[in-house]
Design a protein around this ligand. Sequence first.
Ligand SMILES: Nc1nc2c(c(=O)[nH]1)N[C@H]1C(S)=C(S)[C@@H](COP(=O)(O)O)O[C@H]1N2
Ligand SMILES: [Mo]
Length: 212
Amino acid sequence: MGHPDSRAGEAPEEDARRLPPGQRAQRGWPVTHYGPVPRFRPERWEFRVFGATADGDKRCWNHEEFAALPHETVVADLHCVTKFSMLGVEWGGVRAATILALAPPAPGVTHVMVWAEYGYSANLRLADFAAESTLFATHRAGELLTAEHGFPLRLVVPQLYAWKGPKWVRGVEYMTTDRRGFWEERGYHNVGDPWREQRYSYQEEPGDGPEL
Ligand SMILES: Nc1nc2c(c(=O)[nH]1)N[C@H]1C(S)=C(S)[C@@H](COP(=O)(O)O)O[C@H]1N2
Ligand SMILES: [Mo]
């Protein structure tokens, strides 16, 4: 049924309308990351919120505690800066807004650094982190994430390029000034809005990020 280049029940024009400039729809689910896939050790895993918290204290959840947080579903598109997009992915997990409510940031917080295994990191403006569709995902299409897709936890920030969503997330640092994350230090745009095609740091305008 349907056009071979479209997903079931969806017209190809619909896909095109949803695609940010320069992107093409990808079928299947490729694996894209830098470095090895970390091994999950439940007894050593914790999710940590630190930095400029409202009360100055860190907040930690072990795997069992994190799994007990309110679970929500977000259906969203994923845009990789290498120009493929995956449309209509159903993610399940904990909203970043829930974490912000449970571990409030200090009033001066403007950005967050999301930290993952092996030191991978991505910086986000607080508003992007707090967005309703920003999710710490544990599931995709109702099933637990696989190891290569970020099990046990990955961040999904649908309105930004996918490098802004670390797989194998371990924590969030609240920041009162902006600082570049892993790819943002290596030539990628500090903000990364796919609709404005903010791919590379040379495209940055004053105010988009810290001095390079
Ligand atoms: N820890 C970590 N997370 C990462 C990356 C990475 O290199 N390391 N790559 C990002 C990029 S560029 C993309 S496109 C998505 C890919 O997610 P997928 O492999 O599940 O499709 O993961 C993002 N999260
Ligand atoms: Mo990517």
